[in-house]
Structures are given as C-alpha cells and as structure tokens.
Design a protein around this ligand. Structure first.
Ligand SMILES: Cc1cc2nc3c(=O)[nH]c(=O)nc-3n(C[C@H](O)[C@H](O)[C@H](O)COP(=O)(O)OP(=O)(O)OC[C@H]3O[C@@H](n4cnc5c(N)ncnc54)[C@H](O)[C@@H]3O)c2cc1C
Length: 586
C-alpha cells in the first residue's frame, strides 16, 4: 500500500504565516477561524484520511464499481466509510451555515481537499461533485430550490453530478443535443444521453441531484442556446421527502485505466422532470460557477496525488539498498536515498509540491475575498486574479502530477511497474486530471485567448509580485533570488506581450505556444510563493530551526534547479509554428 501522513505541519505553517492577504483578513466572519480551530480540524481530517479513506484506494482499484440489473454498486467498504464521513460532517465543511454547513473558508477546506485527494481520488469524487452542485444551486437557484435541495446535499445524504458531456460533444459544448421542453406545470421534460458522468449512479446516497445542460425548443444554436436544469434521480415532494423514480436511467458504466472506485456513467434522460436553474439560454454561465471552482479543485487533486507519490517514493528510498554512493566509506551497500540522482528526483517532487501547496493557499485567500468581501471593487479584483490563475492551477498542478507520479515509479525500479506497491495506481489515477473539467490544452488556450487579455488583472498580478519583491529587498540572504525573480518577471512580460492575441503575433504561433506559456506562468507563480515562503522562513527561523532549514533548502533548490526549466518553454514558444503547421502527417 502507499504511504501517506497528512502534511499538517506544512499546512499550519501556511495558515499561521502566509495568511497575509489584507482583504482576506478583513472578512468579518473568518476572524474567528483561528490557528487552534484549524489545527483541530486538520488533525481530525488527517485521522479519517489516513486511517479509513487511504485503504479504500487499493480496494477500489482491485474491486471496481459494478453495474448489475440497472444498479451501480460501489466497492466493498465504501458505504461504511461514507456513512462515517458524512456523520462527521466532512461534506459540510465549507458550506453556508444557513443550509447546515460549517462555514469554513477555502483557506481551510482546500487543505481538506488535498488530504482527500492524497488518500483516495475515487472516494473523493462522490462528494466533490456534490459540493460543485451545491455551489451552482447556491448562486443560481431560487430560494425554494435552495431550501428543498441544499440541506440534504450539505449533509451528504444526497449527492450531485455535473452532466455536460454527450457522445458528440466534449470540449465543444455548443454541440449539446439534449432537449428540454416546458410542461403545463412550469417544469421541464429532459430527454437525451449524457456520457462520462462521474458518480452518475451509485448506492452511497438516498438521492442524486443531476445538473444537466440542455436546449429548449427554440434556443439559438451553439453555446448561446444552452440552459441548465436540476433533475433529481428520485422526485422530491414539496415537504422534501423522496418520492418516485424520475426518468433518469443508467445505461452502463465505463471500464477505465484509473479511478476505478468511481463510477463513470452513461445516463439516459427519458422525459425526466426538472427545474430550470437561472435564466433560459444562460445555462453555461451558471454551470461555470460550478466548473470554475471545480477546476481549482482538480488542480488540488494533482497536488494531493503528488504528495502521496512523493511520500511513498521517499519511504521506499529509505528501505531499498542498491550500489554504493559517492560518499560510501564502509564498503557496504547503500540505501538508494544516498544516490545523488535519487535525491534529485525527490527534491524535484518536494520543491514543486510545497510550492504548489503554497500557491493553492495564496489562491484560496483570493477565492475567499472574491466570494465574501464587503467591497464590490475588492471582490471584482480578486475574482479577476482567480479567473486568471484557475487554468494555471488546474493544468500545471495536474501535469506536474503526471511528472511526479512518473518519477515516483522510477524510484521503485521494477517494483514500481508491478502492482504490489500501489505506486503505479497513483500514475493511473492521476491520468484523468489533465483531461476532465476541460483538457489542459484547452485551459492553456483559455488562459491566453481570454484571461491574459484582461490587462488590468494581469497588472494586478504583477503588482502583487512586486509588493513581495519589495518586502524581500531588506533580506540580504534573498538578494540572489531577487535578481532571478526580477529577470523572470521581465521575461514573463516579454512573453505575455509576444503571445497576447491583441498584438501582431500570427494566430497559429499563439495557439501552438499556449501550453508553453501556461507552464512558464506556472513556474513563475511558484517562484513568487517560494520567495514569500523563504522570507517567512528567515523571519521565524528561531521558532523551529529544523523545519525552516528544510524549507530554506527546498526553496533554494526550487530557485536554482527548477526555474531554469521556464526559459526552455519561452525559447521553444517564440520560434513560432512554421514546422508545426508545415507537417504533412502522411
Ligand atoms: C473519468 C471521466 C470522468 C468524467 N466526468 C465528467 C462529468 O462528471 N461530467 C461531464 O459532463 N463530463 C465528464 N467527463 C468528460 C470530460 O470532461 C471530457 O472527456 C473532456 O472535457 C474532453 O472531452 P472529449 O473527451 O470529448 O475530448 P475532445 O473534446 O474530443 O478532445 C480531444 C482532443 O482534442 C483537443 N481539443 C479539443 N478542442 C480543441 C481546440 N479547440 N483546440 C485545441 N485542441 C482541442 C483536446 O484537448 C483533446 O486533446 C469525464 C470524463 C472522464 C474520462
């Protein structure tokens, strides 16, 4: 089995020392969320994830979900753990107390998301889409709908799904065919087929609330004619009790390379009754509330899986003996962790993972501000930053997840390729994260064609970084890194001007370089948060010298050994697309 011990110390370091967003600290309702409370939550979260959920990862992989006689059954043990999971209130952590939630900020719930991803992505997905559905209904549903559906979703007794994909329609949502026809009661009858629906059917909850994209009869073509509908598996009476089965049937479930404990369903909607959510033909806007937050969470999945891969590889490298290291003095075989190349591999993982955790924490403060601050201007600025960096978190973290799980397999040698150690499962489980919620390539296109064109937001990001650089200028120990981040920043601006679609670069050159730009910005953002982390590590050094020595060494590694990767992305991008587009592919 894999090794996982929740990184509570690192999370508490972030919560105590990097909660420095002035506007976040102004949010009245979060002032009571203090270190003591957060430490208690994280300690409890660590227990359930390490002791109960982690073992389910292997169980789900070896005993995938099954579909028999029209019913989807989850792997052995999932039901019992899910029931304890909701009894302990984990589905309600970040939800509004008005609907039974605990009202915790994203700064806290993001740590929980990471732990859960580290323990078992398959198990996590059952509640993850429920929280997505909760967010969508909260922002776009009427009071009646909210009161009827949200308390049960928050409690975890009902779960949620997101139904976009159809056989002919993946990335291009303008191709949706599912129909919605209004009936005499003001409800809608939904008909069509949806595929690849995560948790589309299962036996963990009493009801499943599907959020479905469909077209009304006279809707305009393309994405401007899509509306959003809430379609429960079982109809819900006015008094909130579960009634007869609605017209939603499971046709089959997919056989997959990973996340086998999560059912990916083909659903057939046959005159199923549903409520319209939000205005007609504006369904995509409403669905994006769910998808945008969900994309950040998918990035966190990549981070969580990376952490387990790193810990498992680290632990193996302290047990496995092969060869003699350069420093060998006794002639005995050494542990592989003594070899410089294994250490390089572990440090690549560690410096990227800790940087990502720090960036996710910085981003979660921005999300909290964007949702909760009292000033609409402050909210708008934070929303801009969140929109700009969402594709970066989603794609960079999940691509790094592929790199890290791959390196972890390599550390295990042949035992990484065989199934016994569980490390290859992490690679397979992570492989979906660069694909769903919008593929990473499409995220990169979104970043370049829609996000960096917002000049004010981009300037806002740069000014956040310049403020940090200013704060670090008094620390001589950081002077080398300051030079490096200043050069990096200049290059980022140069790269952004080159790739900005408002400029004169040919469109194919831009499109062929979006992935390089996203990687460049990812490495840059990590250098920003590593700078912050190093500053705080020096400031607090005497409080915990062992912890901060390790942080400083890891941060130095990031600056010296990882940042040079970014330049290769820049150089490859600005060559343009001639050879790419001239290829004949005969
Ligand atoms: C396990 C699993 C769970 C899923 N869960 C859900 C779910 O809960 N709900 C749901 O609705 N869907 C779900 N999906 C569907 C998932 O979101 C889609 O698979 C994904 O969005 C990609 O769509 P597609 O598979 O049709 O690929 P396509 O859209 O056909 O893309 C194929 C390739 O072309 C590229 N491409 C497409 N368009 C462009 C473009 N304009 N420019 C450049 N490149 C492009 C893509 O990046 C990709 O590499 C799930 C899928 C899986 C496998």
């Amino acid at each position: 089995m894999t090794t996982y011990s929740a990184p509570v110390e690192d999370m508490m370091f972030l919560f105590e020392h990097l909660k420095d967003n002035k506007h976040y600290n102004e949010i009245e309702k979060y002032k009571e969320v203090n270190s003591e409370l957060v430490k208690d939550i994280l300690d409890e979260a660590a227990k359930i994830n390490q002791d109960l959920i982690l073992p389910l990862a292997k169980v789900g992989d070896e005993n995938p979900c099954v579909y028999e006689n029209g019913v989807v059954r989850t792997p052995p043990g999932y039901k019992d753990v899910y029931s304890k999971y909701i009894q302990d209130g984990w589905t309600s952590l970040s939800c509004d107390p008005k609907y039974g939630g605990q009202g915790m900020p994203k700064t806290v719930s993001t740590f929980f998301e990471e732990m859960l991803s580290s323990a078992s992505l398959s198990f996590k997905l059952y509640s993850e889409l429920s929280i997505g559905a909760y967010n969508c209904i909260l922002h776009h549903g009427s009071d009646e709908i909210k009161n009827k559906f949200l308390p049960k979703i928050v409690e975890g007794k009902w779960s949620g799904t997101m139904c976009l994909t159809e056989p002919q329609c993946g990335t291009d949502l303008g191709l949706i065919k599912t129909k919605a026809v209004k009936d005499e009661n003001g409800l809608y009858k939904i008909s069509g087929q949806k595929i690849f629906i995560t948790s589309g059917d299962h036996d963990l909850t009493d009801n499943i609330i599907h959020l479905v994209l469909a077209r009304t009869p006279d809707a305009p073509k393309g994405t401007r004619g899509i509306s959003l509908f809430l379609v429960p598996k079982f109809w819900v009476d006015d008094n909130g009790s579960v009634g007869p089965r609605n017209g939603v049937n499971t046709v089959s479930i997919e056989s997959k390379m990973g996340i086998k404990g999560s059912p990916t369903c083909v659903l057939s909607f046959e005159n199923a009754s549903g409520f319209m959510i939000g205005p007609e033909n504006k369904g995509l806007n409403s669905m994006f509330t769910m998808m945008n937050l969900e994309r950040i969470v998918v990035g966190i999945q990549g981070l969580g899986i990376s952490e387990t891969a790193y810990q498992t590889a680290l632990s193996y490298s302290k047990e496995r003996k092969q060869g003699k290291s350069n420093d060998n003095s006794n002639g005995e075989t050494d542990l592989i962790i003594k070899h410089a190349d294994i250490r390089r591999s572990l440090m690549n993982m560690k410096s990227i993972i800790e940087g990502e955790r720090s960036l996710a924490f910085w981003m979660s403060q921005q999300v909290d501000v964007s949702l909760n601050h009292s000033s609409s201007e402050v909210k708008k600025n934070a929303s801009g930053i969140v929109a700009l960096l969402t594709p970066v978190i989603k794609s960079f973290f999940t691509d790094m997840g592929m790199e890290i799980t791959n390196e972890a397999i390599q550390i295990f040698g042949g035992y990484g390729f065989t199934k016994d150690q569980g490390i290859e499962q992490l690679f397979r489980d992570n492989r979906i994260t660069p694909i769903y919620e919008g593929t990473n390539s499409v995220q990169a296109i979104d970043l370049v064609f829609r996000k960096i064109t917002e000049d004010e937001t981009f300037k806002n990001l740069i000014s956040n970084i310049e403020e940090e650089i200013d704060q670090c200028s008094k620390n001589e120990k950081l002077s080398k890194h300051l030079n490096s981040i200043n050069d990096f920043k200049k290059r980022l601006i140069e790269f952004t001007n080159w790739i900005n679609p408002k400029g004169s670069t040919p469109k194919n050159d831009i499109s062929a370089s979006c992935n390089d730009y996203l990687k460049f910005l990812g490495y840059f953002c990590l250098s920003f948060v590593w700078l912050k982390t190093l500053r705080k590590s020096y400031e607090n050094y005497d409080q915990n010298t062992e912890f901060y020595d390790d942080k400083i060494n890891t941060g130095n590694y990031y600056f010296e050994k990882i940042i040079p990767r970014a330049e290769a992305h820049y150089k490859s991008a600005v060559v343009g697309s001639k050879y790419t587009m001239d290829a004949k592919f005969n």
